[in-house]
Design a protein around this ligand. Sequence first.
Ligand SMILES: C[S@@+](CC[C@H](N)C(=O)[O-])C[C@H]1O[C@@H](n2cnc3c(N)ncnc32)[C@H](O)[C@@H]1O
Length: 323
Amino acid sequence: MEPRSTRAEWAKQFAAKARDYWTDARTREVTGDKDLQLLPGEASVLLRALGLLHRDASMPPTQVRKYLQINHMVGVLAPAIADLRARHPVIRLIDAGCGRSYLTLLIAWCARERWHHRIEVLGVDRNPDVIEECRRRTELAELDDVVRFAATTLDTLDPGAAWRENFAGGGPVHGVFALHACDTATCDAITLGVMLEAELIAVAPCCHAELARGWAAVADRGEEGAFAPVWRSPHLRRESAVHVTDALRTVLMRAEGYDVTAMEFISSEHTKKNTLLRAMKRRSKDPSVLAEYDALVAATGGCGLRLAARLGATREPAARSSL
Ligand SMILES: C[S@@+](CC[C@H](N)C(=O)[O-])C[C@H]1O[C@@H](n2cnc3c(N)ncnc32)[C@H](O)[C@@H]1O
């Protein structure tokens, strides 16, 4: 990586080039009438660091979808983050399964440039090559003072140690996000959020193999039941598992004291994986809600999520003291 002064000079020159390039007409071509959190003429250095702008500051048509997707995600999360900002002078967030750090850097950028609020964001991904790329992007975007990364799986992350290693001091983690973390990594992110007693958990699930696998086994055993037509059809069980899995996750988070909203966060023309589960911790735990979980599991074939047992384990005092 080049010295900071060289990067700062590059950033200044690129920002000037982008301001000239992104006329109102060009901006409207990409954003339509949408009121987006970050515009290409204003956030050009960040967008270049994320690979969403060319060297000449134009946006390749193939990157427009990602640009709109991350904008929408921040737009949807902004009110919940505003809630955190109102309560905490520094907000600490984890981006679980951060991939190439689109959302991670975007939130940090918004905190600095839009919300003028102190933030610390830890991006976590199991892929060390991806994390190396994240660090490179973060330095280029000049956000390395507030965004750090850990190359590890979510279920082995030690958040306390990661914070001490990467940021001066530590403190409570207020929010855990996971945008399209694969399969049960979404459940790992929920577990992490619940263990940390994060006030906000926001997950946009990706593939949903766990339940579909369970139903396939039920079909193989030749079991009969009202849901049998779904168990027997690979396509229908994959599609149905998407919504049943998310419904089960919703109930489990409610039992942990969260108010949960399941919503479409971006139009399905951009991605089919467009459900966001947004959970805000509002109450103490209410295990009586688990009756709804049991009823839904029983009605759909008796296959639950491993998440249920893992959240049950977090209710044990020993799990909390290890954080
Ligand atoms: C589809 S990508 C999404 C990346 C990013 N959140 C985004 O939306 O651009 C999923 C990422 O989750 C990471 N991942 C999957 N399972 C994980 C786990 N158990 N622990 C940590 N990272 C995981 C993968 O390495 C991958 O980078």
